[in-house]
Design a protein around this ligand. Structure first.
Ligand SMILES: Cc1cc2nc3c(=O)[nH]c(=O)nc-3n(C[C@H](O)[C@H](O)[C@H](O)COP(=O)(O)O)c2cc1C
Length: 157
């Protein structure tokens, strides 16, 4: 599996009642300080709530990784803002695919900073640091691994 080209991202390929998942990695334009991240997340959470978007955002060492879930028309709207956002560059789409059931249904956007990544998904540190060396589907699998289902599994012991 290789990165997805922009021309392959066609939201009209999906029926409007089909949940989809869009994932990507990117580089921050500048080192995001805590205030920058807080500002970003404030925008994100409100707008995602309004548009029924759920997902997870990772940030470590100037690299973002994100999974967004929702209906195609909503994901497309948000994706257009994200793709044009000057706070990051070199956006590489990992995958866009239909989804049976949301993985992050409890989260307008779950956030994992450097500390959470080290604690819960240490393998992702390397994946985000060197996106050239790690396969897109490996990065995606690691990002999905922090989903609600896995939380439930852990809580049940
Ligand atoms: C790495 C990154 C991830 C983002 N994720 C989202 C997101 O999940 N939802 C969202 O609404 N905006 C997200 N944004 C912010 C959008 O690019 C945009 O600033 C926001 O939607 C507000 O846009 P508006 O002022 O045109 O409404 C993200 C930005 C960056 C840099």
């Amino acid at each position: 599996m290789s990165f997805v080209e922009d021309s392959q991202i066609n939201f009209a390929n999906f029926p409007t009642d089909q949940l989809i998942e869009l994932s990507y990695v990117s580089q921050s334009a500048n080192d995001m300080g805590i205030l920058g991240l807080m500002n970003l997340l404030e925008d994100v959470v409100h707008k995602n709530k309004r548009n029924g978007i759920t997902g997870v955002l990772f940030y470590d060492n100037c690299i973002f990784g994100q999974i967004m879930e929702g209906y195609p028309q909503h994901v497309e709207l948000i994706w257009k803002s994200i793709a044009a956002d000057p706070r990051h560059k070199e956006i590489q789409v990992l995958d866009i695919n239909p989804l049976q059931k949301r993985r992050f249904s409890n989260w307008s956007m779950k956030f994992y900073g450097s500390d959470e990544i080290s604690q819960y998904v240490p393998e992702l540190k390397m994946g985000l640091k060197d996106t050239g060396a790690t396969l897109p589907n490996e990065i995606l699998t690691l990002m999905r691994s922090v989903s609600d289902q896995n939380d439930d599994a852990k809580n049940q012991g």
